[in-house]
Ligand binder design. Structure first.
Ligand code: DHB
Length: 279
């Protein structure tokens, strides 16, 4: 999803308020062999291997979306500061409304947690992008860390515009008959309803510790899930796995469910209950 103009346009037509692309890097990447995704009892487990056409080719996808009024946030991954700056600059050139740094892929060697766990490196990456490219920078963090708050604070020190929490949680599924992990990569990122309490806790902790907006993501499937993230301190939310569970009409459905809940509870604006859990 969101790796090509066609699927992005479809999500826009279905009512998504903004789009985050699948993560794009410097070079084309095929990704891992199948199986790359499993539906488990309580969520999805995936290890795609960051498949993407590379930033140069991605310009062709973005070109097809130029007339769209829906903001498109370019998700990017890289191994070092220079690459991140280059990717952000290209995304700006392509008309992206912002970039989201994927420093939290649970398994891609060099590109994921190695960057997202190194506080000094993360701050340098964010500040270098902010100094060289005029574009909003969101930093997507992993819950697979000891202290997510200090990583969020490092991103804020680098002048990040927002924190996105959370990325997937590292997991594994073993086939009892073959005795082996099912995913070709063995481990993958776990998403869906099961991870919502983890995401809510991370947003709750981060939102009280930084002065930039937090975008909540992780298991949001219904309007009430979204409201829980708002109460934890999120200013906006993202939906991923629920597109699989409820179909692409999920965006409209979640908006309606939020509206209905607000009507029955006497709220006029979402800002009335953002951070309500700790106020
Ligand atoms: C992949 C990337 C992610 O950021 C994630 O959370 C899970 C999987 C991937 O492309 O493999």
């Amino acid at each position: 999803m969101d790796e090509d103009a066609g699927s992005i346009q479809r999500m826009i037509d279905c009512g998504a308020g903004a789009i985050v692309t699948k993560s794009i890097g410097m070079q084309p990447r095929e990704g891992y062999a199948n199986p790359t995704i499993l539906e488990l009892e309580f969520g999805l487990l995936n290890a795609m291997g960051l498949p993407n056409p590379g930033i140069d080719q991605y310009g062709n996808e973005m070109k097809q979306l130029q007339k769209s009024k829906t903001p498109i946030i370019g998700s990017i991954y890289a191994a070092d500061t220079q690459e991140f700056v280059m990717l952000a600059s290209k995304m700006k050139q392509y008309g992206a409304a912002g970039v989201e740094l994927n420093v939290s892929c649970p398994h891609a060697k060099q590109y994921g947690l190695e960057v997202g766990c190194d506080i000094a490196l993360l701050q340098t990456i964010v500040s270098s992008i902010k100094q060289k490219v005029r574009i909003p920078v969101f930093v997507k963090l992993s819950p697979n860390v000891v202290n997510i708050v200090e990583i969020a604070q490092a991103a804020e020190k680098g002048k990040a515009d927002a924190i996105v929490a959370i990325n997937t949680i590292k997991g594994m599924k073993i086939d009892l008959e073959t005795t082996h992990p099912i995913l070709a990569n063995k481990t993958g990122g776990y998403s869906g309803k099961a991870i919502k309490p983890i995401g809510v806790r991370c947003v709750y902790d981060i939102a009280q510790s930084v002065n930039i907006p937090v975008i909540g993501v992780g298991g949001i499937t219904t309007g009430e899930d979204a409201i829980e993230y708002f109460m934890a301190g999120a200013s906006a939310i993202q939906i991923g796995s629920a597109v699989y569970y409820r179909g692409p009409d999920v965006f409209k459905q979640v908006c309606k469910e939020i509206n209905d809940w607000m009507d029955t509870h006497g709220y006029k604006k979402i800002t009335e209950f953002i951070g309500a859990a700790y106020q």
